[in-house]
Design a protein around this ligand. Structure first.
Ligand code: PLP
Length: 388
C-alpha cells in the first residue's frame, strides 16, 4: 500500500499547474552574483539588499563569538540558553530603535508568532493589512482575538473597526515595506488612527531595517513616526543579512513576551554567534550609510528603466520591484529563460501572491553594478516582452 499516494497525486497536480516548487542550490557566498550549476549568474531574488551576507566584519564577529562561546546555546532562553551576546544584542538594538527594551529571536517567523499569539487575547481586536506576511496572518489566525483584514487603500475600514467600543485592546499590524509589492504602508495615517482610538501599532520592518531612514532603522523613521510605533518587529535576515529577529518595545511588553510567548519559551535559544553577528551588522548599518544611498540609486535607476520598457511594477517605491506577468506558466517560462541568460529571479506564484498577479520579484542590492541592471533590462526585453 502506498501511504503517501495522495501526496504524490497532489504534487503532480501542482506540477501540471506550474505551481510546483523546488529549491535552487547556491554554490557560493551570496553577493550581486552567485554560482549555480557551476556558472556565475546575477542574483536578483535575494534580500541581501545591503550586501552584508558575506561581509568580512560579520564573518569575523561570528568566528570570534564561536571561539569564545562555542556554537550551540543548548537550552531555552529561560533555562541556561541566555548568553552574553543575546543580552548585548538586545541592549544595542533597543537603543537603536529608541525603545526601552528588546528581545532577540531565532527568526522573524518566531518573533511574529510570539508577539501576535501572546499579546492579542479574547476580547481584543487585530487589524491586518490583507497583504501582510504569512508569519503575521498565521499567528493572528491562531490567537483568540477577533481579526479583520483591510486594504491599504481603504483605511476607512480600519477607522470603522477602531471606532467600535466593544474591544478591550485594539492592534493594527502592518509590514512597513510590503515584501511582494515593494510599496509602503501609510504609517503616518495609521499612527494618527492609533492615537485617535488609543490602539497599539505593530510594524514589521523586515524589508526596511538597515535599508531605509537616515539612521537605517527602517521605514517608520523615514515616515517620521518611529516614536508612534509601539512594537517594532525587525527580522534581521534581509538587509542585516545575519538572521534572527528583534522585537523592540516598552519593558512591560518584553517582560510579558518572556513570560508568556510560547514560541520564545519552548525553543532552544538562537546560537550566541547569531546574536554577535547581528551586533556587527548593526555597527555597519550605523556607520556605512552609503550602502543605503547606493541601494536607493540602483532601485531608482531600475524603476526608471522598467517604466521605459512599459513593465507593470505596481506602486513599488522601494528596492523591491515586482514585474507583474499574470500567469504562472508565463512567469515560470520567463524565469527559466532569464536564468539561462545569467539572471536569477524566481517566479512568484500563489499562494505567495493572489492568482492573476503572478510575477517576477526583482530585489536590488547596493553592490549591483550598472551593467547588471542594464543586462537584466535587455534580458527582460528579450524574454518578457516577447512572451506577453
Ligand atoms: C515581512 C516579513 N516578516 C517576517 C518574515 C519572516 O522572517 P524570517 O525569515 O526571519 O523568519 C519575512 C520573511 O521571511 C517577511 O517578509
Amino acid at each position: 500500500m502506498d501511504e503517501f499516494g495522495h501526496l504524490s497525486q497532489e504534487l503532480q497536480g501542482l506540477e501540471a499547474q506550474q505551481m510546483y516548487r523546488k529549491c535552487v542550490c547556491i554554490e557560493s557566498a551570496q553577493g550581486p552574483t552567485v554560482q549555480i550549476d557551476g556558472r556565475r549568474v546575477v542574483l536578483f531574488c535575494s534580500n541581501n539588499y545591503l550586501n552584508l551576507a558575506g561581509h568580512p566584519k560579520i564573518r569575523q564577529a561570528a568566528i570570534e563569538a564561536i571561539e569564545k562561546f562555542g556554537w550551540g546555546s543548548a537550552s531555552a532562553r529561560l533555562m541556561s540558553g541566555t548568553m552574553t551576546p543575546h543580552v548585548e544584542a538586545e541592549r544595542a538594538w533597543a537603543k537603536f530603535f529608541g525603545k526601552p527594551a528588546a528581545l532577540f529571536f531565532g527568526s522573524g517567523w518566531s518573533a511574529n508568532q510570539s508577539v501576535l499569539t501572546a499579546l492579542p487575547q479574547k476580547g481584543d481586536l487585530v487589524l491586518l493589512d490583507r497583504m501582510d506576511h504569512a508569519s503575521i496572518i498565521d499567528a493572528v489566525r491562531t490567537s483568540e482575538a477577533q481579526f479583520h483584514t483591510y486594504r491599504r487603500d481603504n483605511l476607512g475600514r480600519v477607522e470603522k473597526y477602531l471606532a467600535d467600543p466593544q474591544y478591550r485592546c485594539k492592534y493594527i499590524v502592518t509590514e512597513s515595506v510590503f515584501s511582494m509589492d515593494g510599496d509602503t504602508a501609510d504609517l503616518k495615517a495609521l499612527a494618527e488612527l492609533k492615537n485617535k482610538y488609543n490602539a497599539v501599532l505593530i510594524v514589521d520592518e523586515a524589508h526596511a531595517v538597515g535599508c531605509m531612514g537616515s539612521r537605517g532603522t527602517g521605514f517608520a523613521e523615514e515616515a517620521g513616526v518611529l516614536e508612534e510605533v509601539d512594537i517594532v518587529v525587525a527580522p534581521l535576515g534581509k538587509g542585516p543579512a545575519c538572521g534572527g529577529a528583534i522585537v523592540a518595545a516598552d519593558k512591560v511588553v518584553i517582560e510579558y513576551l518572556i513570560n508568556k510567548a510560547r514560541p520564545f519559551i519552548f525553543t532552544t535559544a538562537p546560537a550566541p554567534a547569531l546574536a554577535a553577528a547581528s551586533l556587527a551588522a548593526l555597527e555597519i548599518i550605523q556607520n556605512d550609510p552609503l550602502r543605503r544611498s547606493r541601494l536607493k540609486q540602483n532601485a531608482d535607476f531600475l524603476r526608471q528603466q522598467f517604466s521605459q520598457l512599459g513593465l507593470n511594477i505596481c506602486s513599488s517605491n522601494t528596492h523591491i520591484l515586482p514585474v507583474i506577468v499574470g500567469s504562472a506558466e508565463k512567469t515560470v517560462t520567463i524565469a527559466r529563460n532569464l536564468l539561462a541568460d545569467g539572471f536569477f529571479c524566481t517566479a512568484i506564484r500563489p499562494p505567495t501572491v493572489p492568482a492573476g498577479t503572478e510575477r517576477l520579484r526583482i530585489s536590488i542590492q547596493c553592490e549591483h553594478m550598472r551593467e547588471h541592471l542594464t543586462g537584466l533590462c535587455e534580458a527582460l526585453r528579450r524574454h518578457f516582452l516577447h512572451n506577453i
